[in-house]
Design a protein around this ligand. Structure first.
Ligand code: KG4
Ligand code: ZN
Length: 340
């Protein structure tokens, strides 16, 4: 192999490192921070500290499991943003020091771009096809909800965005209102499987373009439950699965409707899914249904590549490295908006 890229991800509450050998994923390590569960959400200060504790062991394990020596690395790719400033700072500082000490290039990666690139990840021996350019990508995470036209491995045009909350955040907030643990997305997904998705109806936004809005849905869930709990204090407990299935169906409905609109408006025949919410079983099925209906070539990342991980950072970094797009040693993290 010619190129070994070390990827570093620390934008939120997962400390992750991965090694890509040429275009193949050789190792991926993730230290997930359990400390936030008791608070029902990520506590930024605690996240930074946990990254500080985890980063070196996680990088060491990724290099060891890739069966290479750190001297063989060609570049260090890192998440520059968007994310929590204190969390990003740990990964950025580590990546700079490591690249500087090894005398190799530093490659800055945008976290949302990297989520898209998770569709290109393969382990040695796998030969599943990459999505063909240009393709449409629905990117759904805890902090973002976007539809992008991906023109090549380096460029994307965001054609739809949320005007308030993100899809993942809506899952998490709905779960919190129902007294379910954080992160709520996977918990709702699991409980929804035994529930009736048509049991309850919640307000859907009316936005004519390709943008999303989820804040009205959140309020609708909150008020509905407040009213029902007045009549029956065990309402949530007695209807948990149906509530989860109905909330999930509503969120997926919003995502699928806009994705279908983008398919029709652009005429693009390749669709990809990315981001933590791409792990949702109902959303994966809904995307398959859209693909069948419109005869699309559909790409959905493996479950382990959907939520935050450094493999996708290394993959996005690989393409930037190929083009000589290096970051300087004074690169600073950014909290919002794409800068790379
Ligand atoms: O991409 P990600 O790991 O982090 C961000 O970049 O934000 O996404 C995390 C989000 C959380 O909101 C989490 O609840 C959601 O992804 N999520 C899910 C599922 N697994 C993770 N949402 C719905 N269903 C799931 N199975
Ligand atoms: Zn993410």
């Amino acid at each position: 192999m010619d190129t070994y890229i070390l990827g570093i991800e620390s934008s939120c509450d997962d400390t992750s490192a991965a090694v890509l050998g040429d275009r193949f994923l050789l190792s991926k390590e993730i230290a997930s921070q359990k400390v936030h569960e008791q608070f029902g959400g990520v506590v930024p200060e605690l996240a930074s500290r946990a990254h500080q504790q985890n980063i070196i062991p996680v990088v060491e394990a990724a290099i060891r499991n890739a069966n290479i020596d750190k001297k063989q690395l060609s570049a260090v790719a890192f998440t520059r943003g968007p994310g929590l400033p204190g969390s990003l700072m740990v990964g950025v500082s580590f990546a700079k020091s490591f690249a500087w000490a090894l005398g190799i290039p530093l490659v800055d990666v945008d976290h949302m771009h990297a989520h898209i690139m998770s569709n290109f990840l393969r382990v040695p021996g796998e030969n599943n096809a990459w999505p063909e350019f240009p393709f449409l990508c629905l990117i759904v995470s805890g902090g973002h909800t976007q539809i992008a036209i991906v023109r090549n491995p380096l460029e994307r045009e965001i054609i739809g965005n949320t005007i308030d909350d993100a899809a993942g955040e809506t899952f998490d907030k709905a779960a919190k209102i129902m007294g379910l643990p954080y992160p709520g997305g996977p918990v709702i997904d699991k409980l929804a499987q035994s529930g009736n998705a048509d049991a309850f109806r919640f307000a859907k936004p009316r936005i004519s373009d390709l943008n999303f809005s989820f804040s009205g849905l959140k309020t609708s869930i909150l008020y509905f439950l407040r009213d029902e709990l007045k009549k029956d204090e065990n309402f949530i407990e007695n209807n948990k699965a149906d509530l989860c299935a109905s909330v999930q169906k509503t969120i997926i409905g919003i995502l699928a409707e806009k994705t279908e609109k983008a398919i029709k408006e652009t005429g693009i025949k390749t669709l990809a899914l990315a981001g933590g919410v791409a792990a949702n079983s109902g959303l994966r099925t809904a995307m398959q249904q859209l693909a069948d209906k419109h005869s699309l070539d559909l790409h959905i990342p493996k479950l382990s590549y959907t939520t935050d991980n450094a493999a996708m950072i290394a993959m996005a970094g690989y393409f930037r490295f190929q083009k000589g797009l290096f970051a300087s040693l004074d690169a600073a993290p950014y909290a919002t908006g794409a800068k790379v």
